[in-house]
Design a protein around this ligand. Structure first.
Ligand code: URP
Ligand code: ZN
Length: 464
């Protein structure tokens, strides 16, 4: 088996930065040092002078080909993971979402069949959409034999997949006993349904009322409730897509009081705000996601939440829908517009440009937020998210000087719009290595359909 030697890169991990070399063999990192000699004449040498070298990123929150209201999110596991690789993400974690009457394990098998065409490695979270003895037994099987250690609960979407409080309590209690991590979508479902009905009855049907139906207080209430129930039951909690200053403050307080609460935000909440909903009706539909975009003042608080360590990951909640034919199918009622936006390809460029280069976060924090943090939280560390001997050779060689402009015309995501259209970004992956093979080079994705491995995940290794 051939060796690959990355020479003279500026290596960045979650904690350190140094100039050095990385030796790869058999899909794994074999050595990491200031200077490594070629082990044999056949070694492939990659000159990384002028490039940053960091662990392949992990996006722990994506929805490929998610069935929603008679349609599917427009990236399937193949196109979505091609876009991920091109953006420097070598692992994604998607979701299994069983029907309320369905076996969790049956739903897992179905999702694995759909996910099998992934081009990069992938894991799955299990969603808990009802509570009964069978769910309880199957959760335990997920942890013991299916490599699934995180369980998603929705405090929103009560009509379909959301849980009542008594079900949340039972799921959290059981997750605590089996060492599972509760992953919570925190919005007050009943309050949203009430506001939606009221707004529609008042003739307020346009996309901007999507935001009005899900104000900051519905997130805050649900974050506080989830944290309260987690504290009572002893569950470890990870809160997805935090979008408001209020939620960050509540999380910071709970953490200061010693509770195990972890949190993520997404690039769209850091970089965009509710003024996008003032666009003409059809255009505004492209910005419908849940939680919605917020008033501009929340963005600074979210950056502060990342810099201060109150939130440990930046994920994308990648769930694209085309404007043409999906989002614009029925613009007469904001509740009928599929929720979700694309982002898996853009996460690193956006966070590097507007975070690292604007001194909001350090380079090591960047690596922690996109790679090491998700790996530790979701039981993939040190195999993923780290540049250590024995880890999977998932490595990004990043050109910090490259400039580009994000556009739906050039992105690989299968979506006819980009919410970041026209954003100028600096830095891009020059080469992406996945499991020791060059998966992206010269702007071409070289990995193939089905090359991604299903990842058996262990328990969370870092709850700080
Ligand atoms: O709008 C969103 N976030 N769509 C994806 C599904 C979810 O709620 O995470
Ligand atoms: Zn989501």
């Amino acid at each position: 088996m051939k060796y690959t030697l990355i020479k003279n890169g500026q290596i960045a991990t979650g904690t350190d930065s140094f100039r050095g070399d990385v030796l790869i063999h058999g899909g794994k990192i074999k050595a990491l040092a200031d200077h490594i000699e070629k082990p044999d004449a056949a070694t492939e040498v990659i000159d990384a002078s002028g490039l940053l070298v960091f662990p392949g990123a992990i996006d722990p929150h994506v929805h490929m080909e998610l069935p929603v209201a008679g349609t599917f999110s427009s990236d399937d596991f193949e196109s979505g993971t091609i876009a991920a690789l091109a953006g420097g993400t070598t692992t994604i974690i998607d979701f299994v979402t069983p029907e309320r009457n369905q076996s969790l394990l049956q739903s897992l098998q179905e999702r694995k069949e759909v996910a099998g065409k992934a081009v990069c490695d992938y894991g799955l979270h299990m969603s808990i959409t009802r509570w009964d003895e069978r769910v309880k037994a199957e959760m335990q099987q997920c942890v013991q034999s299916e490599g699934i250690t995180s369980f998603k609960v929705y405090l929103a979407y009560k009509e379909t997949i959301g849980l009542e409080d008594r079900e949340l309590i039972a799921a959290m209690d059981w997750a605590a006993r089996i060492d599972g991590l509760i992953v919570a979508h925190c919005e007050h479902g009943d309050a949203i349904s009430y506001l939606q009905r009221r707004l529609l009855a008042e003739g307020k049907t346009e996309p901007r009322y999507h935001a009005a139906s899900r104000p900051a207080e519905v997130e805050r209430e649900a974050v506080v409730r989830a944290m309260t129930l987690a504290k009572i039951t002893g569950a470890s909690l990870y809160i997805v897509h935090v979008s408001t200053e209020d939620a960050v403050q509540e999380i910071a307080q709970a953490r200061a009081a010693g509770q195990t609460v972890l949190a993520e935000t997404c690039p769209h909440y850091l970089l965009l705000d509710e003024r996008e909903y003032d666009r003409p009706l059809r255009e505004a539909a492209a910005y419908i996601m849940s939680p919605p975009l917020r008033p501009p003042q929340h963005k600074g608080a979210l950056w502060h939440g990342l810099a201060s360590g109150y939130m440990q990951t930046v994920a994308t909640d990648h769930c694209p829908f085309n404007l043409n034919g999906q989002k614009d199918r029925d613009l007469s009622d904001f509740t009928r517009i599929p929720n979700g936006v694309a982002g898996v390809e853009n996460r690193l460029q956006l966070l590097y440009t507007y975070g690292v280069l604007e001194n909001r976060i350090s380079l090591n924090q960047f690596v922690r937020l996109v790679a090491t943090g998700p790996a530790k939280i979701f039981g993939l560390y040190p195999r993923k998210g780290s540049l250590t001997v024995g880890a999977d050779a998932d490595i990004v060689l990043w050109n910090p000087e490259s400039k580009s402009i994000i556009s739906a015309k050039t992105h690989r995501q299968k979506c006819d719009t980009s919410i970041y259209e026209g954003f100028q970004v600096k830095g891009k992956p020059e080469i992406v290595i996945a499991n020791g093979k060059i998966a992206f080079k010269d702007d071409q994705v070289l990995a193939h359909r089905g090359e991604g491995n299903y990842l058996l995940r262990a328990k969370t290794s870092d709850l700080t």
